[in-house]
Design a protein around this ligand. Structure first.
Ligand SMILES: [Zn+2]
Length: 666
């Protein structure tokens, strides 16, 4: 679901892989496991409605008639369930109080039923042994109420025609049809049969088997879906839709129609988005394995909610925008085919769908497009509070907090990619999506962890514990010192980490550190596994700059606190002027220089004709070591300095001077 409103260089590896965890680390892990345990306990209570433990639903048949004028629905739901108990003698289904039950049949026998606020219960005709199947039909009707994001809406389209749609996630299926409304009991198949005003087209799951014209102004659309499905993914959408369709051909044996149902005003964008959708189906099928419902279809039905909802094989969309389509399509793998086992793990749905948009854009438009998506998600993730494993699932606002389960969820997958490496990450995600124990079933965070561990050979408890069951993100302070060593330098880097939230107090992470000189750079990776860490590295050059996590892999804030560098050898009098960077430049450029002893300096810039165009005399006395001056031509000669080659000259009070050239491009 996505709600629009809410919502190189050389690589050295130091000590990564040889994790030596400290006592503090062990203590932190212990506390995390405690938290994890408490969270799971709190949840098990709210998992399934009492009276539903004894059976497993295998089939739902929805046979409904919609009355637009009275805004009611009336009909029956047939349920086939397998007994899980040695003596199943009654059933309880979830159904909101606003709906009225007329009668219940078990097999062909009418049985009495009782209503509670949110359930209907009835005895069975006999006791069912474990493994036996029971068929029950509930006849009911009423005007569905709307909880969560709406559940069931009778609307009027902009052209004045009726528009009916559903959005049941998370707990809204029971608002309009009786069912065992829990995501870990998927029916193996579902039929949705809707009779309504014959001018309306009705979309639902799977394949349209037949449209029956009753000759009285009404028609029945019969949809058949033969894949496992959770109750919240069953939908209907009825309107005066126009239909456009294309075809997805992954291989000669694997192809299916792709269909869009749109109101006339959105028909142009529904049409132009079709090839995009088909392209996405190819990209995701390459990444995650073939589209999971390829024997039937994929499609979109326009609905009146500002966002999208990944109804199985027929996503509901408010608009046909590329990123929204990419998000919802990814849900067909993550959410629909593999559904989170319990709602606190909703990040497995939303994190994957959000991250998939980045992967899709990377495949289609290149790595910068991936970075653009992830930069934005990571800034939003920093605003998240609480643990990614959602503690309070009672309110949809906290369950679907977009900064948390969407943005931070995506950020966690992005970091997992860095921890595993590109190749192992791709293999792990493909294995997760194609694991026979998970496909068309349910998964929890620990299932994802196990797959990643088996593919990578790395133990990953620490990663999921801190990012999924802990809260916050780290802030890292650092400074560095460079000491000349032969033709290169010995560089010491000191790191310190804090987390505003108390748990975890510290995040373990691989950390890339890039050392840059004019035209040269080296990146090393360390395992940042203690609250403070320092290390020394020998480089073939003296760096101007040291940058943490230059490629933005980790969710963290970085703060450079203090840089102190001593004088260099290899320069006759210890006084040197470096090449400006960037060069050529536009706007401003950095001019590096080195002093053997403390001094003031004067920087002058001359045109090739010898005319002085800038003079910079900082008041400060610089200590011995390496420094950088910032030169912005527009400060001295606003808009008058032409593009061209210039000389820059740095002089000391003792008249020592150094000169270099630079190129300015306006
Ligand atoms: Zn979503």
């Amino acid at each position: 679901m996505y709600c629009l409103k809410v919502i190189c260089c050389s690589l050295l590896c130091i000590s990564w892989g040889a994790a030596q965890h400290s006592d503090a680390f062990a203590e932190k892990m212990f506390r995390l496991q405690e938290l994890q345990h408490r969270a799971r306990l709190a949840l098990s209570a709210a998992a399934t409605t009492p009276g539903q433990e004894g059976f497993d639903v295998t089939y739902y048949g929805l046979d409904l008639r919609l009355s637009i004028s009275t805004q009611t629905l009336r009909g029956s739901i047939t349920i086939v369930a397998r007994s899980l108990s040695g003596s199943l003698s009654s059933m309880t289904l979830d159904l909101a109080q606003t709906m009225t039950v007329d009668s219940v049949k078990v097999g062909n026998m009418k049985v009495l039923f009782t209503r509670e606020t949110q359930t209907v219960s009835f005895p069975l005709d006999r006791t069912y042994a474990s493994g036996e199947f029971v068929t029950a039909t509930v006849f009911y009707g009423g005007t569905p109420g709307g909880t969560g994001f709406g559940s069931f809406a009778f609307q009027t389209a902009p052209d004045g025609t009726p528009w009916v749609w559903t959005l049941s996630e998370p707990y809204g299926a029971r608002d309009w049809w009786p069912c065992k409304d829990h995501p870990d009991d998927k029916a193996d198949s579902v039929d949705v049969s809707i009779r309504c005003d014959g001018t309306l087209k009705v979309g639902s799951q799977g394949t349209l088997v037949v449209v029956i014209d009753h000759g009285d102004g009404t028609k029945t659309h019969v949809w058949r879906h033969r894949y496992p499905i959770a109750t919240y993914l069953v939908s209907l959408a009825a309107a005066n839709y126009s239909e456009v369709s294309g075809w997805f051909r992954y291989s000669p044996a694997d192809s299916m129609p792709v269909v869009n149902y749109a109101l006339s005003s959105q028909l142009p964008s529904a049409t132009s988005s079709l090839p995009l959708t088909i392209d996405m189906l190819h990209i995701y099928s390459d990444l995650y394995g073939l589209y999971p419902f390829v024997r039937e279809k994929y499609g979109h039905a326009q609905f009146g909610w500002g966002g999208g909802m990944e109804h199985q094989t027929l996503t509901s969309l408010g608009s046909f925008s590329e990123n929204l389509i990419a998000h919802e399509l990814a849900h067909q793998w993550f959410g629909d085919m593999i559904t989170m086992r319990t709602w606190p793990d909703i990040w497995l749905n939303e994190g994957f769908a959000t991250y998939s948009v980045a992967l899709y854009r990377e495949k289609k438009y290149g790595p910068p497009a991936y970075r653009q998506v992830m930069d934005s998600e990571m800034s939003r993730a920093k605003l998240a509070t609480g643990t990614l494993y959602v503690q309070d699932t009672s309110r949809v606002q906290t369950l679907f907090d977009s900064r948390l389960v969407y943005s931070k969820g995506a950020s966690v997958l992005h970091m997992l990619r860095r921890v595993l490496g590109d190749s192992a990450f791709s293999k792990a995600i493909l294995k997760y999506a194609t694991d026979p124990g998970l496909q068309y079933r349910n998964a929890s965070t620990s299932d994802l962890r196990s797959v990643c561990e088996s593919v990578s050979g790395k133990e990953l408890d620490w990663f999921f514990d801190q990012w999924v069951y802990g809260s916050g993100y780290p802030s890292v302070q650092y400074d560095w010192t460079s000491v000349p060593d032969g033709s290169g330098a010995l560089v010491e880097v000191r790191l310190r980490q804090t987390n505003k939230s108390s748990l975890p107090s510290f995040f373990t992470m691989p950390l890339d550190i890039r050392f840059t000189d004019a035209g040269r750079d080296t990146t090393v990776t360390i395992l940042f596994d203690t609250p403070t860490k320092s290390f020394t590295i020998r480089l073939p050059f003296s760096p101007f700059n040291v940058v943490l996590d230059p490629n933005g892999w980790m969710l963290m804030d970085v703060e450079r606190t203090l840089v102190s560098i001593r004088g260099e050898e290899g320069v006759p009098d210890g006084f040197a002027l470096g090449q400006n960077y960037p060069n050529p430049f536009n706007g401003s450029t950095m001019i590096p220089f080195t002093l053997a002893e403390p001094s003031t300096v004067t920087l002058e810039v001359f045109s090739v004709l010898g005319e002085r165009v800038a003079l910079l005399q900082p008041n400060d006395r610089f200590p011995a070591g390496r420094h950088v001056l910032l030169f912005s031509p527009t400060d001295d000669s606003p808009n008058t300095l032409p593009s061209g080659v210039y000389f820059y000259r740095l002089a000391l009070p003792n008249r020592s001077l150094r000169v270099r050239t630079m190129v300015y491009l306006r």
